[in-house]
Write a protein of this length. Structure first.
Length: 382
């Protein structure tokens, strides 16, 4: 059976170029000499994929290993259906897994030719990850990538080096560097821009393409906001639904409101994650962009207003990708508020002078900050 599986994989690899085979080998940790003919490269890689899958499986994200563990307990060819997944899937990119997505679900199937090998080697891969602290390292890395969206390679290494110090715990430090070298989270989403290497979160989100230009326009934000290990871990420990800021004051208020309107725990994580992603958009949708997530749950206008206020507060205080992890509120307080020009002590009445209307508490602030007047100059001008 394994021989037939190798033949299937060999045939699926043959259409690729030598460069593509070499790149795939590098990703999986299989060294292929450039002097080999293409057929020899495909044969060696197919054999490696089937017979040494414990070596590359251990480098997969934990959420995918969790999926594999569920699916190998099912009959070969069975489908596993779950909530729509916000992450791109490494196994699908390699052709080892298929995913069918709808607005309401993700349905996964292991390609039959990989099923037996994955089932045989998965326990060894999971055992290796546990023994070498890969689960903790990955939670930290996921949290870094989710919090910043896009982060320089040297910054990732700097954070790991500050947490896993060679002087205090050399074994853990060596394991952490080995993890960074092997992890698909580092390999799959490397981005090169202006001579620098960045790593991006594996969250499916088109707004990541705008992160670097947006950051370049905010020259006053020199460095990434600092977070503790615990804060990063909280943003990366849940591998399926990274509801970032869940444990913050505003995150807890949002969670409490979702529970109040009848959402279960898993649904709260899913919706919380979508609200967080909505907050990363560089536009000015605010809570209006999230209102559809509460369809059928809100009773009356008062509850709609309550939701809008809670979501707005969360969005203003959650770390933003375009601000290198600073929240909109922090950017306003640190960089924008000191440079505000004072408004008149008394706002002109409606129809006065050039027809400028009185500014309401919930209207956009005239200074152009994008915040409501009550949350901007309205806080500092009586």
């Amino acid at each position: 059976m394994i021989t037939q599986d190798i033949e299937f994989i060999y045939q699926s690899l043959l259409p690729r170029t030598k460069i593509q085979l070499s790149h795939l080998g590098d990703m999986l940790g299989c060294e292929l000499k450039s002097s080999l003919r293409k057929a020899e490269m495909a044969t060696g890689l197919a054999d490696y994929i089937i017979n040494r899958s414990d070596e590359w499986l251990r480098c997969l994200p934990q959420r995918e290993l969790d999926l594999m563990e569920i699916m190998v307990k099912m009959e070969k060819g069975s489908e596993y259906r779950t909530f729509p997944q916000p992450y791109a899937t490494v196994m699908e990119a390699f052709g080892f897994l298929t995913e069918e997505r709808t607005d309401n679900s993700s349905t996964f199937t292991i390609v039959p030719e990989f099923y037996d090998s994955i089932k045989e080697h998965l326990p060894m891969a999971l055992s290796f990850r546990t023994a070498n602290n890969y689960i903790e390292f990955e939670a930290l890395l996921m949290g870094i990538l989710n919090t910043y969206g896009l982060v320089e390679h040297k910054k990732v290494v700097e954070i790991f080096s500050s947490i896993y110090d060679f002087e205090t715990d050399p074994q853990l430090a060596v394991q952490s560097m080995r993890f960074l070298y092997e992890s698909f989270l580092m390999k799959m989403n490397a981005v090169r821009k202006n001579g620098l290497i960045y790593h991006r979160t594996m969250i499916r989100n088109g707004n990541l393409d705008e992160v670097i230009p947006e950051r370049e326009s905010r020259v006053e934000i020199k460095d990434y906001r600092q977070f503790s290990k615990e804060e990063f871990m909280a943003a990366g420990f849940n591998p399926l639904y990274p509801f970032v800021g869940k444990d913050s004051l505003t995150g807890k208020k949002l969670t409490a409101f979702m529970e109040k309107v009848g959402m279960g725990e898993e649904e709260r994580n899913v919706i919380g994650t979508l609200v967080w992603l909505n907050a990363q958009e560089s536009g000015t949708k605010g809570p209006l962009g999230a209102i559809h997530l509460f369809d059928g749950l809100l009773k009356g206008f008062d509850q709609v207003q309550e939701m809008m206020g809670i979501v707005q507060e969360y969005m203003n205080n959650v770390p933003k990708w375009i601000f290198k992890g600073y929240s909109s509120h922090e950017v306003f307080e640190k960089y924008e508020k000191p440079n505000l020009r004072p408004l008149p002590e008394k706002m002109p009445p409606a129809g006065f002078g050039m027809g400028v209307p009185r500014v309401g508490r919930n209207d956009p602030c005239p200074c152009g900050s994008g915040l409501k007047y009550k949350n901007c100059h309205g806080k500092y001008n009586s």
